[in-house]
Design a protein around this ligand. Structure first.
Ligand SMILES: Cc1cc2nc3c(=O)[nH]c(=O)nc-3n(C[C@H](O)[C@H](O)[C@H](O)COP(=O)(O)OP(=O)(O)OC[C@H]3O[C@@H](n4cnc5c(N)ncnc54)[C@H](O)[C@@H]3O)c2cc1C
Length: 495
């Protein structure tokens, strides 16, 4: 198949994974990336003399990356040092309470019991086994299907599992309500509900099955020595060793179609590049809204504003902290969690008392502070980056509100104004065309949402899809898997 040419649009996790699998299967692969470096959301921001990870920081499901490298005849751990985080995350509440979770469930249970009481410790035990069952039921049958449908899913589950495991995957009203049944202490309900935001969604609207995300993290979290962006660089380097032609600063403006079939791409400068297949790694809404030409609009359905997943305001900070012992991953909560999601998804605003995630990137195993430290601070926001321009004053006010939450939890940050670089939903929309600033494609709201996400094959012949807006969903591991599913679909169709 060496004469076959695949063009991949975008060098995010899904684009790189698709390119790697196609290249090692004998395709000539060209990856075209509009940004100046590969990785997409896995990126860094320069702050003074430091590079700070401005995108993903939590690495889970390491086997997905190990398998990608191993299948290409390479070893991930020869190229990157992965360190298991002894603490999954440190959680603090503005009205009191501090709780660490560990990759060891018994240790977490004990800590939860000390933090709340025995009933919550027992609740955690029940939650852990229920989420494990859901994970076991869905991981093979759902994540690895190129486009799952409910009927096939039920059939496979019935063949592979006892019907009781189907009950484990049953759609309880929503994640928030389901967690209330495990945890009498609302702070724990809040802590585990936050995992819905990993797929950009509200725990008030996601099905209870999404508790499997918490389970994945409880199984272990890894830190990439040097930062998450190194994973993207390692994937890009592997691809290039396999012969991939990677072009940066190259924007694709049109997908060319001939006789109803994808025939190649046109670049912004007018150059045309013929291809046998095209894999699109951007947000699928860019296709639906005509940003890759009229013909490609029919490849997927458009996404309504209401169905967009979360965006975020982030600040990459070089500074110092005091008053609170930070770990690598830290979450700071206010008390009224449901109102946060009503404000974001209904009022389309950022709450004045938001939940704040803070990644202290120089802390954790092998961490060293060297005077100042690098931090990423994040609050969730509605994905209205194409409809609302964030003025400097609004960004500053939101940052003040986030820092007031930290302050109420005992943490004080200090930094020079020039050492704090913000990214708004408007900026995200600019970086990821068609997204409106959504960082996770469509929201996983309602029990059918997982089945309405586009699969590896688009409706346009020869155009395949990968990335966080495609099945099996967002997050670096899932986006990587989606790229592998796209490559598999290409090989099945063309082979
Ligand atoms: C602040 C933040 C925190 C996050 N935290 C985590 C976390 O802790 N753990 C986790 O697992 N996930 C996290 N995520 C989500 C995760 O980063 C994404 O789900 C994943 O990286 C998406 O990969 P992707 O394959 O969809 O590609 P993307 O990263 O979306 O990249 C797509 C690429 O396509 C390029 N592109 C698009 N259109 C064109 C075009 N027309 N021409 C050329 N190139 C084009 C873009 O420039 C981009 O580089 C986070 C995301 C953000 C932003």
């Amino acid at each position: 198949m060496t004469d076959r040419h695949a063009v991949v649009i975008g060098a995010g996790a899904g684009g790189l994974a698709a390119g790697i699998d196609l290249a090692r299967s004998g395709f000539r692969v060209t990856i075209l990336e509009r940004a100046a470096s590969p990785g997409g959301k896995m990126h860094t921001r320069a702050v003074d003399d430091r590079e700070i990870d401005g995108g993903p920081t939590v690495l889970t499901m390491r086997s997905i990356f190990e398998n990608l490298f191993a299948d290409a005849g390479a070893s991930l751990t020869d190229r990157l040092t992965l360190l298991e985080s002894p603490i999954i995350a440190r959680h603090a509440w503005s009205d009191g309470g501090l709780l660490d979770l560990y990759p060891d469930p018994e240790r977490s249970r004990q800590n939860i019991e000390n933090f709340a009481d025995r009933a919550n410790g027992i609740g955690f035990e029940r939650f852990y086994s229920q989420s494990a069952r859901i994970h076991q039921t869905l991981s093979e049958t759902f994540m690895n299907a190129s486009k799952p449908d409910p009927v096939t899913l039920v059939g496979r589950v019935l063949r592979q599992h006892h019907p009781s495991s189907l009950m484990a995957a049953r759609p309880a009203p929503n994640l928030w309500r389901a967690l209330g049944g495990f945890f009498p202490d609302e702070r724990l309900q809040q802590l585990f509900a936050r995992y819905a935001t990993y797929v950009g969604s509200s725990p008030l609207s996601t099905p209870a099955t999404l508790m499997l995300i918490a389970h994945v993290e409880l199984e272990g979290v890894w830190l990439v020595e040097g930062g998450m962006h190194r994973l993207a660089s390692a994937m890009a380097a592997l691809g290039q060793e396999l012969g991939i032609d990677l072009h940066l600063d190259t924007h694709v403006s049109e997908i060319l179609v001939k006789g109803g079939k994808t025939a190649g791409v046109r670049l912004e400068d007018g150059t045309s590049l013929p291809a046998d297949v095209v894999v699109f790694n951007g947000d699928t809404n860019a296709l639906a809204t005509g940003q890759l030409g009229r013909e490609a609009m029919r490849a997927v359905k458009p996404r309504s504003v209401q169905n967009r997943a979360l965006s975020a305001l982030t600040w990459c900070i070089k500074g110092s902290s005091s008053g609170f012992e930070l770990d690598h991953h830290n979450v700071f909560f206010e008390s009224d969690y449901p109102s946060e999601f009503n404000t974001i998804f209904e009022e389309r605003n950022v709450p004045t008392k938001p939940t704040v995630y803070l990644c202290a990137q120089d802390r954790g195993p092998n961490g060293s502070l060297n005077g100042s430290e690098r931090m990423l601070m994040l609050v969730n926001a509605p994905a209205d980056g194409d409809r609302q321009v964030w003025a400097e004053d609004d960004v500053a006010r939101t940052r003040d509100n986030a820092m007031a939450v930290l302050d109420r939890c005992g943490l004080n940050l200090s930094f020079r104004e020039s050492d704090c670089v913000s990214t708004t939903p408007t900026d995200w929309h600019g970086r990821f065309p068609g997204s409106g600033g959504s960082l996770y494609g469509g929201a996983s709201h309602g029990i059918w949402s997982s089945f309405t996400r586009p699969g590896a094959r688009s409706r346009l012949k020869g155009l395949y899809l990968s990335g966080g807006s495609v099945h099996p969903g967002p997050g670096v591991p899932m986006a990587t898997l989606s790229g592998r599913l796209a490559a598999r679909a290409v090989l099945l169709d063309i082979g």
